[in-house]
Design a protein around this ligand. Structure first.
Ligand SMILES: Nc1ncnc2c1ncn2[C@@H]1O[C@H](COP(=O)(O)OP(=O)(O)OP(=O)(O)O)[C@@H](O)[C@H]1O
Ligand SMILES: [Mg+2]
Length: 263
C-alpha cells in the first residue's frame, strides 16, 4: 500500500509515526485546557503551508485574531499565507450565535457545516482542514453534551465530501469519567493524540499519549514534551528529528475581513 505521510509539524512525533499522519485521514488531538491542542494544530498547519499546501482553519472558541496572536507568540507568521490565499481562517462562532437560525432548535446541521466548509475548501483547493475545537460542532439539540450521531455524521460528511487531511481538537477534561471524545476516536479518527499536563512535586510535566494510530506501529506509552518559545511542541525523549517544528519564519493573519488593522 502506498500511503503518503505528511508531517505533524511536531519534532519527534513524525519520527514516532514513521513520517507523520496519513494523507486524507482524520486525526484528533484531545486534552484538557492549556495542554497544547491549539499549538499542535498550528504546527500541523504551518508545516503544511511550508510545503505549499493550502489550508482551512476553523476556530470556534477563539477569535481569529487570537489565533494569529498565539502563532505570533512563537514567531510564526500566518499573515502572508492569508494574503497569498493559501490559508483561510474561519470564525465558526456565528454558528453558535443566538441569532443564528442554523444553531437553534434543531442543533447544528452537519450538512450545512460541511457545505459551507466545502465552499471555502474548494475555492482554495485546500488539502488541509483544521477544526479547533470540533466539540461545539457536534452538539445536539439540547446543547449540553456532544452527540455521537452528530459527530459521526459531521466527520463522515467531511471525509466523503472534502479532499483534505483533517486535524480536529476536542476538549477532554482531565477528571472526566469518559475517556472518549464523543465517538470520533472510536469510529472515525485514524489517530488520536491525548495531551496532558500533570503536576508532580509542584512541577508541571507535559506528556502526549498516542492513543490510537491506524496503520502505524507505535509503542504505547506517554511521551514527554515541552512547549518551547520558537519551536512549539517538541517531544523531549525522542531522537532529534529532521522534522522542523512548525515554521519559524512566518508572521500571521486570516480571512476575517481586513477591516481592522493587525499590527
Ligand atoms: N509562546 C509560548 N511559548 C511557550 N509556551 C507557550 C506559549 N504560548 C502558550 N504556551 C503554553 O501553551 C499552553 C496553551 O496551549 P494551547 O493554547 O495550545 O492549549 P489548548 O489545549 O488549546 O487549550 P484550550 O483547551 O483552552 O484551547 C499555555 O498554557 C502555555 O503554557
Ligand atoms: Mg485551544
Amino acid at each position: 500500500m502506498d500511503l503518503q505521510r505528511i508531517s505533524t509539524g511536531i519534532a519527534g512525533l513524525d519520527i514516532l509515526l514513521q513520517g507523520g499522519y496519513l494523507r486524507g485521514r482524520t486525526y484528533l488531538v484531545t486534552g484538557d485546557t492549556g495542554t497544547g491542542k491549539t499549538i499542535a494544530s498550528l504546527q500541523f498547519l504551518l508545516s503544511g503551508l511550508k510545503r505549499g499546501e493550502k489550508a482551512v482553519y476553523v476556530t470556534v472558541d477563539e477569535r481569529p485574531g487570537e489565533i494569529l496572536e498565539s502563532a505570533a507568540s512563537f514567531s510564526w507568521d500566518l499573515q502572508p499565507h492569508i494574503q497569498e490565499k493559501s490559508l483561510v481562517i474561519l470564525d465558526a462562532s456565528p454558528y453558535f450565535g443566538a441569532r443564528s437560525a442554523s444553531a437553534t432548535e434543531k442543533g447544528i446541521d452537519p450538512q450545512k457545516i460541511v457545505a459551507d466548509l466545502g465552499n471555502y475548501a474548494r475555492r482554495l483547493s485546500a488539502t488541509l482542514l483544521i477544526i479547533d475545537p470540533i466539540t461545539p460542532l457536534i452538539l445536539p439539540n439540547d446543547a449540553t453534551s456532544p452527540s455521537q450521531d452528530q459527530a459521526r455524521s459531521l466527520v463522515q460528511l467531511i471525509q466523503t465530501q472534502l479532499n483534505t487531511t483533517n486535524l480536529f481538537t476536542a476538549h477532554l477534561p482531565k477528571m472526566t469519567a469518559q475517556s472518549t471524545a464523543h465517538g470520533i476516536e472510536q469510529y472515525l479518527a485514524s489517530g488520536v493524540l491525548v495531551l496532558k499536563s500533570d503536576q508532580i512535586d509542584g512541577k508541571f510535566n507535559r506528556t502526549m499519549t498516542i492513543k490510537k494510530m491506524r496503520g502505524t506501529p507505535v509503542e504505547p506509552g506517554d511521551f514527554p514534551f515541552a512547549i518551547l518559545a520558537n519551536d512549539g511542541i517538541v517531544l523531549t525523549n525522542c531522537p532529534a528529528g529532521e522534522v522542523s517544528p512548525g515554521d519559524r519564519q512566518a508572521p500571521m493573519f486570516e480571512f476575517f475581513r481586513p477591516s481592522k488593522k493587525q499590527s
